[in-house]
Design a protein around this ligand. Sequence first.
Ligand code: AMP
Length: 285
Amino acid sequence: MSATPLRVVRTVADLRAIVAGWRADGERVALVPTMGFLHEGHLSLVKLGKSRAERVVASLFVNPTQFAPAEDFEAYPRDEARDAGLLAAGGCDLLFAPAAPEMYPTGFATTVSVAGVSAPMDGIARPIHFAGVATVVAKLLIQCGPDAAIFGEKDYQQLLVIKRMARDLDLPVEILGAPTVREPDGLALSSRNVYLTPAERAIAPFLNAALRAAADAVRAACPVDDAEAAGLAALADAGFGPVDYFEFRHAETLERLGPGRIDAPARVFVAARLGKARLIDNWPV
Ligand code: AMP
């Protein structure tokens, strides 16, 4: 990689000083929040950011408050040097990589909680997750002050939570969704795919295949409850562990659809265990 090394800042003050300099030159700024261990999915968000702004800031922060005690915060893969190289090659201008005390100084006591779209699915399976996400993303948006912030449709519920929060809090930023980047066999790229053994990696594409089959069936007027039952059966047959949800929901409100035929704008969502990994995906109907 021949790109010049990426500038890295670790304090809000340094981040703000650099962004203020760009703003003084009339440049727009896009922010791409990440937890690192980057892949082509993250880099696609940087690319979308570059098409919307002269400057792209990526953040790297494995946010402890969005992990429950039994989850994978400690094990979450980390490699900042590799991430910085990928971001530089991808045309990113700045990496904001704060340590935890910069984000959560002693006495930190504020939580941003978004009702409604946070409630179902991952809101049930991971009860503290979206409050942690909304709080850290609110902070990142206030710290950086970007014109646009880019989030992946891979985490579709998260994207809707952030959009709702930005609207409700009058944050002066455009929240943009970017399509899910996948392996050729359909598996959505995820930092957590490193948890998969070779045998599990061979099973993993059935997650996306089950979503596509369910969406096709419902599009062809199959009742939602039949399509969901077939999806659950397909995942069990493929060798998945417990499934947190396999559900058709309204694409904007996340209201549950079915059990019969549907004609609302819909998406089908899944979260399932495969060995040590918990994989999520979604697909439009
Ligand atoms: P993460 O580092 O997993 O927290 O993800 C950071 C951002 O990248 C989030 O907005 C994710 O939705 C997005 N993202 C993760 N995986 C993908 C993917 N395969 N395609 C597109 N965006 C993704």
